[in-house]
Design a binder for this molecule. Structure first.
Ligand code: ATP
Length: 234
C-alpha cells in the first residue's frame, strides 16, 4: 500500500472540514476524489502534504506515518502536491519555475528531470525562457504539473487540473496525466469534473460535506445512479 488514510479529521477553527475520512492508494494507481465545491477535496490534499495539521487520524505513506510532519519532509519522501490555481512565480521563467521543483537535487538530476518534463510537455520546452506571466491557462497547468514532476514524486497529487481550461485542453491535460501514470507515478486526483476524472482513474471516492459517501472502481461509479445524477448531469 502506497498511501493509507484512516479516520482523517481536519478542523479550520470551529469549522470541521473533514469528519473522519478513510481511503487508500495502491502503487501504480490513479485514484480520484470527486465531489462538489466545499466537499473537502482540497483540504484532504492539504492535510496529506502537510499544509494543514489534521486534528486526528492516521496517514501512512510507504509504510511510514506522516501526519503532522512538515511539508518539505513529506515532499522529500515522494508525496508531492500540485496546488489548485496554478500559482507559479510570474516574473520567473519556465526554466526557473521548474528548477524550484527540484532545488535540493544535483545539477545532473535537475537536467534529467527537465528532460522528463519536456517529454510530457513539449510546449514547455518552446517556452523555456519566457516568464510564467506570459503563459496561457493550459500552459500554466502544464508548468505547475511539470514543477511537481521535477520532485520525482512516487505519488503526485493534483488539485483540479481541469479548472478554467477549454474542453480541448482538459482532454490534453488528462491524457498527459494518464501517460505520467503509465510511466510509473501513482496519482491522487481531486476533481469537480467527475466525468473526466472517472475516465482516467482506476478507483474513486465520492466526498460530500467532509465524508466519503461512496467508493469503488471508477467504471462502477460511472454507472452508479447517484453519481450520474449528482455529478455527471444525467
Ligand atoms: P473546492 O473545489 O471549492 O476547493 P473542496 O472540496 O476542495 O472544494 P475544501 O476547499 O477542502 O473543499 O473545503 C472544505 C470545507 O472547509 C468547506 O466548508 C470550506 O468552506 C472550509 N474551508 C476550506 N478552507 C478553509 C479555511 N482556510 N478556513 C476556513 N474554512 C475553510
Amino acid at each position: 500500500m502506497l498511501l493509507q488514510v484512516r479516520d482523517l479529521v481536519v478542523d479550520y477553527g470551529p469549522i470541521r472540514a473533514l469528519h473522519g475520512i478513510s481511503f487508500e492508494v495502491h502503487e501504480g494507481e490513479v485514484v480520484t476524489l470527486v465531489g462538489a465545491n466545499g466537499a473537502g477535496k482540497s483540504t484532504t490534499l492539504r492535510a496529506l502534504s502537510g499544509l494543514v495539521k489534521p486534528t486526528s487520524g492516521e496517514v501512512s505513506f510507504d509504510g511510514r506515518r506522516i501526519e503532522g510532519r512538515p511539508g518539505h519532509a513529506i515532499a522529500r519522501m515522494g508525496l508531492v502536491q500540485v496546488p489548485e490555481g496554478r500559482r507559479p512565480f510570474v516574473d520567473m521563467t519556465v526554466r526557473e519555475n521548474l528548477l524550484l521543483g527540484a532545488f535540493h537535487r544535483s545539477r545532473a538530476e535537475q537536467r534529467a528531470g527537465m528532460e522528463r518534463v519536456f517529454g510530457s510537455f513539449p510546449r514547455l520546452r518552446e517556452r523555456i525562457n519566457q516568464t510564467a506571466g506570459t503563459l496561457s491557462g493550459g500552459e500554466l497547468q502544464m508548468l505547475a504539473t511539470g514543477r511537481g514532476l521535477m520532485a520525482r514524486p512516487r505519488l503526485l497529487m493534483l488539485d483540479e487540473p481541469s479548472m478554467g481550461l477549454s474542453p480541448i485542453l482538459v482532454q490534453e491535460i488528462f491524457s498527459i496525466i494518464r501517460e505520467i501514470n503509465r510511466e510509473g507515478t501513482s496519482i491522487l486526483l481531486v476533481e469537480q469534473n467527475a466525468w473526466m476524472a472517472l475516465g482516467i482513474a482506476h478507483r474513486a471516492y465520492v466526498l460530500e460535506t467532509g465524508r466519503v459517501v461512496l467508493s469503488g472502481s471508477a467504471a462502477e461509479l460511472r454507472e452508479n445512479p447517484r453519481v450520474k445524477s449528482a455529478y455527471l448531469g444525467e
